[in-house]
Design a binder for this molecule. Structure first.
Ligand SMILES: [Zn+2]
Length: 237
């Protein structure tokens, strides 16, 4: 199993590691700072360096339970000591985007009693789907105002690991369907935006909401009954 350093330290940009396995299109490491695609967050990109060589990482994904760094060139052999370094600008933008989405979900739930049904993000842009009956541009503007006020309040963002039995008993976590997480997952990783949102989540987030910066609601779309979509964009850092 790969030790997932990003899980407890989202700000780690690089780490020494050892190649534990070479796969068809990439490699597995004993430890890594690369986040594997999942939960709507894209996998990290970056570079692997070793004595006398380097190779680019174009994608990181979980395959058959293994965290695979997909390479754009030849992999160093198993046993090689390497340095793994993520594309930090891209990742940090994804962290800001991910935290913005959690804040958006919380505002829509608190103020409009609507749950999230889906979502996806790319660096700096994202969409989220809600069980809302109605949506229009004016609604988008109001949400944008409230969302930016919550972000500007500089709420701390905490990562914690809760025993499964405790997570299943937490009303805030039940709302975000913690019961759907496979029974084998214990403890459950929880991301809390202090005073605003708490959900089971594997992704990487910024330390506090002010670091997200300003967010613009770029588009509101009616995709069907109780199926409304919002697209958001981050202002430049
Ligand atoms: Zn998330």
């Amino acid at each position: 199993m790969t030790e997932e350093l990003f899980s407890t330290d989202a700000y780690a940009r690089s780490c020494p590691a050892v190649v534990s396995e070479v796969t068809a299109d990439g490699l597995v490491l004993d430890r890594t700072v690369f986040y594997a695609r999942g939960g709507g967050q894209p996998g990290d990109t970056g570079v692997i360096r070793w004595d006398g060589g380097r190779v680019g990482v174009t994608e990181t994904a979980k395959r058959d339970g293994h965290l695979v760094h997909v390479l754009d060139g030849e992999a160093p052999p198993a046993g090689t000591a390497i340095t793994a370094e993520i594309d930090w600008d891209r990742r940090h933008t994804l962290m800001r985007t991910h935290t913005a989405l959690h804040a958006l979900a919380a505002v829509i739930y608190r103020d409009h009693d609507a749950k999230v049904t889906g979502g996806n993000m790319e660096p700096g842009v994202a969409r989220m789907d809600f069980e809302l009956e109605a949506i229009d541009a004016e609604f988008g503007r109001r949400v944008e105002e409230v969302l930016n006020a919550e972000l500007a309040a500089d709420r701390p963002v905490h990562v914690s690991f809760l025993p499964r039995v405790e997570a299943l008993a937490d009303p805030d976590l039940i709302r975000t369907k913690v019961n759907l997480i496979p029974a084998s997952v214990d403890p459950i990783r929880v991301i809390e935006i202090e005073g605003l949102d708490k959900q089971a989540d594997g992704g990487t987030h910024v330390r506090s909401t002010a670091e997200v910066g300003r967010v613009r609601v770029a588009k509101t779309e009616n995709k069907g009954k109780a199926f409304k979509r919002m697209r958001i964009e981050l202002a430049r850092a």
